[in-house]
Design a protein around this ligand. Structure first.
Ligand code: FES
Length: 173
């Protein structure tokens, strides 16, 4: 991934510092939410960290994580990645909304991804349910290697361009 301060997502410029700042704020207090009682629209995301050192990973687009053991959403803000484990399935999504690039949120109840900018809702697998966005969340291809979850950031998949590859980008545990 580029080390530049700005990234382009679907034609929209996203300031990396602002993106990371917002993602970090959203992650605050998250672990307590994951273990506590869920409210109707509670947002809950925990930070997930890469296993291998950043310096080694910068040479490739592959990122490695410990497999989440609980239902929920986990962010790697530095790589703008949202990992969801839900009902024994794992997904890796781009953290930016496919509509205008807003930072996505996770709602523990009912278990969905939410865009606060235009109130788009996506199910835990990234399928668009309602709101302004016009397509499903972008997925990254992923695989298991032993106890590690391996995400390939070079292989970003859009449901409207490659539906079969997008549908296959899921791990069932
Ligand atoms: S930016 Fe997410 S629905 Fe518009």
């Amino acid at each position: 991934m580029s080390a530049s301060s700005n990234d382009t997502d679907c034609g929209h410029r996203v300031d990396r510092r602002e993106f990371v700042r917002r993602a970090t704020l959203l992650a605050g207090g998250v672990l307590a939410s994951l273990t506590g009682a869920a409210t109707a629209h509670a947002t809950a995301r925990a930070v997930i960290t890469e296993i291998t050192p950043k310096a080694l990973e910068d040479a490739s687009a592959v990122r490695r994580y410990r497999v989440p053991t609980a239902n929920g959403a986990f962010i790697d803000a530095g790589n703008e990645l949202l990992i969801v484990r839900w009902n024994r399935q794992l997904f890796a999504f781009a953290l930016a909304c496919p509509h205008r690039g807003a930072t996505l949120e996770w709602r523990t109840t009912p278990g969905e991804v939410y865009c606060p900018k235009h109130k788009a809702r996506f199910d835990a697998g990234g399928a668009h349910r309602s709101g302004r966005a016009s397509r499903d969340l972008d997925r990254y291809s992923l695989r298991l290697e032993g106890a590690e979850l391996v995400v390939d950031l070079a292989n970003r998949l859009r449901a409207d361009r490659d539906a079969s590859a997008w549908a296959a980008a899921v791990i069932t545990l």
